[in-house]
Design a binder for this molecule. Sequence first.
Ligand code: SF4
Ligand code: SF4
Length: 444
Amino acid sequence: MTLPAPSTASTAVHRLRAEAREAANRCIQCGYCLPVCPTYHSMGKETHSPRGRINLVKAAADGKIDLLDDMAPSLDLCLGCRACETACPVGVPYGQILEAGRAATVRETAARGRSAGRLQTLALKHLFPHPGRLRAAGRLVEAAQRLRLDRLVFAFPPAREAAPALTALGRIVPSVEGRFRLPPGTRLPAEGEKKRTVAFFQGCVMDAVMPRINWLTVELLRKAGCEVVIPAGQTCCGALHVHQGLPEAAAELVKRNLDAFEETGAEWIVNNAGGCGAMLRECGHVLADAGGGWPERAAAFAARSRDISQVLVETGLPPLVKRPEGLVTLQESCHLRNVQKAAEAPVKLLRETAGDRFRALSGASDCCASGGIFNLLHFEESMAILDAKMASVRQTAAVTVVTSNPGCHLQMRLGIRRAGLEDRCRAVHLVEYLAECAGLTAER
Ligand code: SF4
Ligand code: SF4
C-alpha cells in the first residue's frame, strides 16, 4: 500500500472527509445490505459489498489507505443501483458516500498527474452538455444504420476483439429515427379536455438515439389530457457526470435546466428515463453550497419532477384499444425504485393494460447491470449479472419485457440476444408498450 504524499493528496482526502465521513459513520456494520447487492452476489467479496465500500471510504478519508490504489477500484465496480439504501435499517445515504468517493478519485487523479478515462471525460465535457452535438452524433448513427455500416463494423472480428463491449452494445442499438425528434420551444395542446400543463424533459441519450420513444411519450401525455411544453435550452441532467465524479460539471447542467424549465410555468416536469428522473429529483445535491437561491430553486424543481408512469397513473391512461399479445413482464429501473420510490406506478399500468397476462419477474428489482456506462467499462462483470437475470426472464415465458430507462432497455435487448431468445421475446420501453395499447402508431 502506498500512502499519498500529503502535499498532493490533502485536498481530495480533506474534501472526502468533509463530504462522506459523517454519513459513513452512520453504518453500524450489520450487513443487511449485503444480500441485495448485485456485485457482492456476483463477485463474492466484502470489498465489493456496500459495507466494504463504506469502510474503504472511511479508511481513505482518514488517510489510512490510499485513495486511488485501495479505495477507487472497489467504487469503480459499484453499479450505483442503490438497492443497499433500501435495505439499510439506519438510513445510511450510500449514494452520497459513493458520489463523494468518486469525486475524490477524480480530484486525486488530477492532483497526481495521472491520466484516467480520457475518452469518457472528453465525452462528458464536450458531448453530453451540448444537445446540438448529441443530435449530430445521433444523425451519424442513423446514417451508418441506413448504410448498414454498423453491422459491417460490429461483425468485424478485430473490432469485436478490440472493443467487445462497444461491439456487443452497438449491435443492439435500435434504429435511430431522427424524424421523430421533438422541436424545442414548442407547446403542444392536450387532446380533449385539458387536465394539466406539463413540461417534457427529453434527456440527452433519449433525444439523440431514441427520439421515437420521446415522441410517443408526448403523444401519450396529450392523449391523457396534458398540454405539453418542450422547453428550449434544456440539456443533459448531469447524472453521468455525478456518477463519474464530476459534480461541478453536473451543477452547471442543473443550472441550465432550472433556467429552461422555470420559464414554462408547468405544474410537472415529466421524464421517461429512471436514471435521469433520479437526478432531477436529487439535483439539489450538486447545488447544496451554491448560494444565490440555487438550492431553493433546485428543491422546487425536484418537487415538480415526475416519471411518465406516475403522471399516467394520476391522469389516467388513454382508452385501451388493444390488449398485448402474449405474456408481459417488467424489469424495474433501480433509480425509479430505489431513488424516486415510484416502483409501483409501472406495475399498476401493466396490470391495468395486460390484466392476467402480466407476469411478475423474479428478481425484477435486482439491477440488470447496465449501470449508466458500467456495461461499457466493465463488460464481463456486467454480463455475469445480466445472464443470471435472463434465466428469470426465460422462466416467465414472457414475450414482452418492459423497461423504463434507456440503459436498462438496451441491456435487456442485449440479454435477450445473448440468451438466444430473439425469436420469441422483445424488450420495449414502457412508453412503447402503452402506446401500442392506446393504438398509437409512431408515424409522422
Ligand atoms: S449501489 Fe448497488 S452495487 Fe453499489 S454497493 Fe449498493 S447495492 Fe451494491
Ligand atoms: S445495512 Fe446499512 S448499517 Fe448495515 S452494513 Fe449496510 S450500510 Fe451499514
